[in-house]
Design a protein around this ligand. Structure first.
Ligand code: AMP
Ligand code: MG
Length: 400
């Protein structure tokens, strides 16, 4: 049976990279950049006044002058004025171009103003280039600012805007289908009988995808009926890039998903991973290139497999740079039985030194998803020891 790392590799090898589209900048938050962005100009593009006050020539102060005639006002957005005489100064606003002939800004707090003259407060020192954000001191024109593969958050969007990009090339949103299976499942809001179960997995999967920025997410539910499965899965395979199924991949007589998928030409890449929960995980690829994840239906298994495999794989298919896997120390010892990789839900706790610990929050089996409330995610315990000591550092996955 595959290890989780081997399963990762197989998924990565078979998932196709999604196409690129050009979007207006305002629509790019949360998308993955698929081009490099270079500085349009020096940053700042001019010697920029960094305080409200006056601009003057510091050499004049060095020669003993402490009082200056106010020649004019330089506001942000105006072309630069030129200092007319050494004994003059120009009132300046933050963000303005430093007037020509000036090399220093004195903040308004250090000045007294009377009848068109400003006087420096006693003890005020004036250094060349003080409170001036010098042209090109942040970045030079042509510098690589953002490289392909970055996920665009507020700072990256600001940088792209500063580079003059009205539209940028980003990964296009994949068409995703979340499909739950099972005759026992009843929609929230509908009457539920004693022998039935609420359909919760699809809601969990759709929310996790939306939280990660996926917007094109369809949702369907199928009975454990070969005809219905065949018809609907055929349709979803034709209309979506990725199918995320829950349920129907175990060993039961009504776990029909793998067989139907294979009849539809979806090639099984693997079935089963040496892990608990989530052993029956199934992954395949359709002739169209569409990827199909068959997640086991037990709600804890579904969420663990989704978070451990599907979400990182989808981010990879968007061209996003691989994210370093976070590691955390166990806050209490854990004992496991069989030699499998164990995924253990945890709560994150901070100690007095600001260190984060993963406090084990075991569930009552893989069906007990009520125990997941207040957990932050789960740790991955590699096979080997039966007991992992407090302080054992291992991979951690967050629900969000
Ligand atoms: P399966 O993987 O189809 O054998 O399902 C395993 C268990 O998970 C069964 O108890 C199902 O009732 C439950 N289950 C399957 N799908 C869902 C779902 N969408 N929401 C809640 N429970 C589910
Ligand atoms: Mg089922």
């Amino acid at each position: 049976m595959l290890t989780p790392t081997e399963a990762d590799l197989l998924i990565g090898q078979h998932l196709q990279c999604l196409p690129i589209e050009s979007l207006p900048l305002a629509q790019c938050a949360g998308t993955v950049l698929r081009e490099n962005i270079y500085a349009e100009r020096d940053q700042p593009p001019f010697d920029r006044v960094a305080m409200d006050g006056v601009a003057l020539d510091s050499n004049t102060v060095g020669a003993g002058t402490r009082s200056f005639r106010v020649q004019g006002t330089q506001a942000a957005g105006d072309p630069p004025l030129t200092l007319a005489a050494a004994g003059d100064c120009i009132e300046v606003m933050t963000g303005a171009v430093l007037p020509l002939g000036c090399n220093s800004v004195i903040p308004v707090e250090e000045l007294t103003v009377a009848r068109g003259q400003v006087a420096l407060a006693p003890g005020t020192r004036v250094e060349p280039w003080q409170h001036v954000h010098r042209r090109g001191s942040d970045t030079r024109q042509g510098t690589l600012l953002l490289s392909s593969g970055l996920r665009l958050r507020a700072p990256e969007i600001a940088i792209a805007a500063s580079a003059g990009m009205a539209r940028i090339r980003v990964s296009s949103q994949p068409m995703l289908a979340v499909i739950s299976t099972g005759n026992e499942l009843v929609e929230p809001g509908q009457p539920v009988l004693a022998h039935q179960v609420r359909r919760s997995n699809a809601y969990a999967i759709v929310s996790a995808l939306r939280e990660r920025g996926f917007q094109r997410v369809a949702d369907d539910h199928l009975q454990d009926d070969p005809r219905e499965l065949r018809e609907r899965l055929k349709f979803h395979l034709e209309t979506h890039d990725v199918l995320v199924l829950s349920g129907g991949v175990s060993m039961g007589r009504f776990d029909l998903v793998p067989k139907v998928l294979e009849e539809l030409g979806v090639r099984a890449i693997f079935h089963k991973v040496a892990q608990r929960p989530g052993k029956p995980l199934w992954f395949g690829v359709a002739p169209s290139g569409a990827a199909v994840f068959g997640l086991p239906g037990n709600p804890v298994s579904t969420l663990v497999c989704l978070t451990r495999y599907v979400l990182p794989a989808l981010c990879g298919s968007l061209g996003q740079n691989p994210q370093p896997v976070e590691r955390v120390a166990l806050g209490a010892p854990v004992t496991v039985t069989p030699p499998l990789t164990h995924f253990l839900p945890v709560r994150f706790e901070q100690d007095d030194w600001g260190r984060t610990w993963a406090a084990p929050a075991p569930t009552n089996g893989s069906g007990d998803f009520t125990a997941l409330a207040r957990t932050g995610g789960f740790v991955e315990l590699p096979p080997g020891p039966n007991t992992y000591a407090r302080g054992f550092v291992t991979r951690v996955y967050r629900w969000s």
